[in-house]
Design a protein around this ligand. Structure first.
Ligand SMILES: NC(=O)c1ccc[n+]([C@@H]2O[C@H](COP(=O)([O-])OP(=O)(O)OC[C@H]3O[C@@H](n4cnc5c(N)ncnc54)[C@H](OP(=O)(O)O)[C@@H]3O)[C@@H](O)[C@H]2O)c1
Length: 259
């Protein structure tokens, strides 16, 4: 049904693990030429092995999205390798836990540097190439945490994920004349390497709170991004799409028990 992805040039930041790796797999399977980036070269090499043999190509560029020169280099290398850029998935993110009483200034700076500054810097670095594409797409990986829900220990994280949406709305207006759309995907709880580090209790309790009865898969998020990147989605911009199996819907534990 959606046939406009084959041959597109796609950059996925934070594509070496988790959701970003899932996004990369979905796009490469659809025939896109994908560059994944991250700070960890050995994780990047693993992705190249894991995603070999799909319809589109996959390559790796090392870089830290919290640093402007790295963002410029990631964008430039992607454009050079794939002959341009059509889709930026600004997905790199971190979610360390810290309660308000114990949170340090360094904790706050670090999470904003990757999640907020990193998203903005990557969009800046990619805007010219996305304009040249004439069908440019920016897809931000936000979260339900912050824009919709809260969780103790993640007040700073939630602030970054809500900030991404604030950025998105003005970016969508500014970039519309360049025929670039800017949208966000808000994952619920998705089974990733990063999530597994939060422990079995967290995973079990969260699974029990999701009407769909399972955690999301990284490909659930990749499929939403794929749709927003198609030509058929060209008129959707500045929107936040929740992909969470109904996780935000129950108004009480009773609502889940009554299912
Ligand atoms: N998992 C969930 O349930 C969930 C839910 C809602 C939203 N999200 C969002 O989804 C995104 C991905 O999360 P995930 O669960 O897939 O996490 P993950 O498994 O920990 O993977 C995070 C990715 O981001 C990269 N990264 C982190 N900091 C970076 C930096 N400064 N510069 C460049 N790359 C960086 C990591 O690569 P390196 O380590 O190689 O740098 C890795 O590829 C995040 O934005 C997160 O907020 C996740």
């Amino acid at each position: 049904m959606f046939t406009s992805i084959a041959g597109r040039s796609v950059l996925v930041t934070g594509g070496t693990k988790g959701i970003g790796k899932g996004i990369a797999r979905v796009f490469a399977r659809a025939g896109a030429n994908v560059v994944v980036s991250g700070r960890d070269t050995s994780a990047g090499e693993t992705v190249l092995r894991d995603l070999a043999g799909l319809s589109g190509s996959v390559s790796f560029v090392r870089g830290d999205v919290g640093l402007a020169p790295d963002c410029e280099r990631i964008a430039a290398e992607t454009i050079a390798r794939n002959g341009g850029l059509d889709v930026l998935c600004a997905n790199a993110g971190v979610y360390p836990s810290a309660r308000i009483e114990e949170m340090t200034e360094a904790d706050i700076d670090a999470i904003f540097a990757t999640n907020v500054k990193g998203s903005i810097l990557m969009v800046q670095a990619c805007t010219s190439a996305l304009e040249f594409s004439s069908r440019g797409r920016v897809l931000l990986t936000s979260s339900i945490t912050g824009p919709i829900t809260g969780y103790p220990g993640w007040s700073h994280y939630g602030a970054t994920k809500a900030a991404q949406l604030g950025f998105m709305r003005t970016a969508a207006i500014e970039l519309a004349p360049k025929r670039i759309t800017v949208n966000a995907v808000l994952p619920g709880t998705i089974a990733t390497e990063g999530l597994a580090e939060l422990g079995d209790d967290f995973v079990a309790q969260t699974t029990a709170s999701i009407p769909a009865g399972r955690l999301g898969s990284v490909e659930d998020i990749g499929n939403a991004c794929l749709f927003l990147a198609t030509q058929e989605a060209a008129y959707i911009t500045g929107q936040a799409i929740v992909v969470d199996g109904g996780q935000v819907l129950p108004e009480s534990l009773g609502a889940l028990e009554a299912m």
